[in-house]
Design a protein around this ligand. Sequence first.
Ligand code: ATP
Ligand code: MG
Length: 248
Amino acid sequence: MQKLTIKNNPELPYAVEEALNRLRINISFLGKDIKKIMVVSTNPNEGKSFVAMQLWRQMAEAGTKSILIDADLRKSIMTEKYGMSLESGEKINGTSYVLANDIPFSNSLFHTDIADGDILPNSDNVVNPSMLLENQRFEELLDYTKDNYRYTFIDSPPLDLVSDGERIGSLCDGAILVVRGGVTSKSMVKHSVMQLERAGCPLLGIILNRVEGSKGGYYYKKYGGKYYGGHYGKYYSGDSYYYGKKKA
Ligand SMILES: Nc1ncnc2c1ncn2[C@@H]1O[C@H](COP(=O)(O)OP(=O)(O)OP(=O)(O)O)[C@@H](O)[C@H]1O
Ligand SMILES: [Mg+2]
């Protein structure tokens, strides 16, 4: 397995780090059957990739063997944004390559600087990835990671535009829905929840993300988000809220 270096790791404000830490702990309370977790949102730009990446990192740094799979095959920017490169200097052959070619999975995933954190970013975006996601091989990839990692976090495309998200959801044990505070409407969120239900993918929790400004917004009331704004001004914050049995 090749080693991949991640050059750009954002410094997170303490409150965001803490919110992610709570989310990580809550996930570990969900039980041993929850292994493949999709991180999804209704619209683009709500913070799926950010949350998936940070959650994976925290989980792995805590010593829980985890892999992050980038399943946004249309417009992933993960390798550029986080400055990813292979130690060998070779080109990264990411998710779409691995799904399109018949190579052993054990040879296709990448180690990182984090001992318990492996990764498969997507490096070549494709115009119509539905075929790749619908193919049996995608299911086999997730079966492989299920058997070899405690958690598989799957960074997904948004649910609104195409059916990719539902396909991914149908193969996962649960989804974390990232909602951009003050931007995504209640009816949009409801629709996404319905789509996940239709895919047979249990909703594990909702993250109120990218919250800015005042405390008065609707989402605070509805989803119980927490106000972190004070000490880091306009920066984003994240908080988690669990449905049903588990509550942050
Ligand atoms: N809680 C947060 N704290 C700091 N920055 C954040 C946070 N959430 C998102 N961001 C930033 O906001 C931008 C959009 O986030 P991100 O790329 O994760 O969204 P996305 O839902 O994956 O978008 P897309 O649908 O295009 O894949 C990025 O620059 C990301 O770094
Ligand atoms: Mg993304």
